[in-house]
Design a binder for this molecule. Structure first.
Ligand code: SAH
Length: 443
């Protein structure tokens, strides 16, 4: 009969953890140690390819031999991941002598520490110990994970405690990358005018249309928002799920021309955040792919408002994929170029070198291109892209209204008119359009 274990959260940043063994168990254990910032010393004559890749990348120190007592020098924790009980027992005896906790894959009852079954939700880690029975721990962990997923996912009913708002994500003025999930920040401290608590802004990519294609982090931030400023292309179902007290600003309803409207949006983000709100700016696809996310970030940075950017699944890749078109394929296309067709090829303000694009052999993905499609395809053909190059148009990709048209470069503009295709639509030009025609189709 043993006493109950005493749970702890080990803060391993920069601390030496010795892993003995380089097989399947070590392969499963090492990523969480690295994720916790541990300084991992891996002792094993041989490694699995996955561990080898981490060693080669300099993420851990590999000692390519069997265990020796001096390997424990400076260690805070030992993980024994070998199935030779005699060797494992000798490592664990040495660890005990030095008062180093030792996890044993081969014999839990002989171990001085157990690793729990874990599920992570943003900054929250749920760790379950099953009283020495790992299967029981996993069953309970799975039930908790499902419960949390149901509460946090589209269709879920609850929202996390608002106190967690200050902890959910890293925030920095001028941040250009997504906050590391679980990282902490104190947005109120950054750039705050004296005496007033500044809120913050998250620029969140909502994905191409299917509400399930938002990222886990994006969804979590959405459930925590006080104000949501949404684009026209944002999946409506995501907005259906917002709490009734959330202020929803429909950015597509803002009058004035596009540039005045953008200023107006920037102002709304800044004003609400300066008043202390957590503002989610929800944008179709990815915030930085023709999404004007950069302008909004700069406006917030200028006003001293911390910003987090959460990338999204962009329609430039997802729309072709939803139509069964891979943007690259071995032996077919080794590049893809994403271009805006918003301006006509001969428009003085156009920054696109259509003549150069015509000389490429790879995949061309054109966003906002329906209006100018005739001029675009003529220009591409005039500069050398073969007229028979396969082309496809995907309208409202990943939604219930998705439509797909397949054609060729010389005919696609007329076919779009005949089929009455409308924005939002992505045009794909290149041999990849037919690559999977014979093969299995995604459902
Ligand atoms: N930031 C967005 C793109 C914004 S520009 C992204 O990363 O996806 C708007 C253009 O995106 C539309 O004109 C259309 O070309 C394309 N688009 C966005 N959603 C789409 C969808 N569901 N189906 C097809 N095209 C889409």
């Amino acid at each position: 009969m043993t006493s109950n274990p005493y749970p702890l959260g080990l803060r391993l940043d920069g601390r030496r953890v010795v892993v003995v063994g380089g097989g399947a168990v070590a392969t499963r254990r090492v990523p969480a140690l690295l994720d916790a910032g541990a300084d991992v010393l891996l002792v094993a004559p041989e490694l699995t390819p996955a561990l080898r890749a981490r060693a080669d990348a300099g993420r851990l120190h590999w000692v390519p031999r069997r265990f020796a007592p001096e390997d424990l020098d400076g260690a805070w924790l030992v993980q024994v991941a070998i199935d030779d009980p005699v060797a494992a027992a000798s490592v664990s005896a040495l660890a005990a002598e030095r008062r180093i906790f030792c996890v044993r894959a081969d014999d839990r009852s002989a171990a001085t520490a157990w690793t729990p079954a874990v599920t992570r939700h943003g900054p929250v880690t749920v760790a379950v110990l099953g009283g020495g029975d790992p299967r029981r721990a996993m069953t309970v962990r799975d039930a908790i994970r499902d419960l949390l997923a149901a509460r946090l996912a589209p269709g879920g009913s609850a929202r996390p405690q608002s106190q967690s708002d200050t902890e959910v994500t890293s925030a920095a003025i001028g941040a250009t990358a997504a906050g590391t999930p679980g990282a902490t920040g104190a947005p109120g401290d950054i750039g705050a005018p004296a005496g007033r608590q500044v809120g913050r802004v998250a620029l969140v990519g909502a994905g191409p249309g299917d509400p399930e294609l938002i990222t886990v982090q994006g969804w979590r931030l959405l459930t925590e928002a006080d104000v949501v400023v949404a684009d026209r292309l944002v999946p409506g179902l995501l907005l259906d799920e917002l709490r009734p007290d959330v202020e929803l600003v429909d950015a597509s309803k803002i009058p004035y021309g596009p540039s005045r409207a953008q200023e107006e949006i920037n102002q709304i983000l800044v004003d609400r955040a300066l008043a202390g709100a957590f503002v989610v700016r929800l944008k179709g696809g990815d915030p930085y792919v023709f999404g004007r996310g950069g302008e909004e970030l700069l406006a917030c940075a200028e006003a001293g408002v911390p910003v987090t950017v959460v990338p999204g699944v962009t329609s430039s890749i997802a729309a072709p994929a939803a139509a069964g078109i891979p943007v690259t394929h071995r032996g077919v296309a080794h590049e893809f170029t994403v271009v805006s067709g918003h301006l006509a090829p001969d428009a003085p303000a156009s920054l696109v070198r259509w003549d150069a694009l015509a000389g490429l052999r790879g995949t061309l993905v054109i966003l906002m291109g329906l209006k100018n499609l005739a001029a675009i395809s003529e220009t591409l053909i005039a500069h050398g892209r073969p007229p028979q190059t396969p082309a496809a148009v995907v309208q409202e990709a990943t939604t219930g209204a998705q439509r797909v048209l397949r054609s060729t470069l010389d005919a696609v503009a007329a076919d779009v008119l005949a089929a009455d295709l409308r924005p939002p639509a992505v045009v794909v030009v290149g041999d990849v359009v037919h690559t999977l025609d014979e093969g299995p189709r995604p459902s």
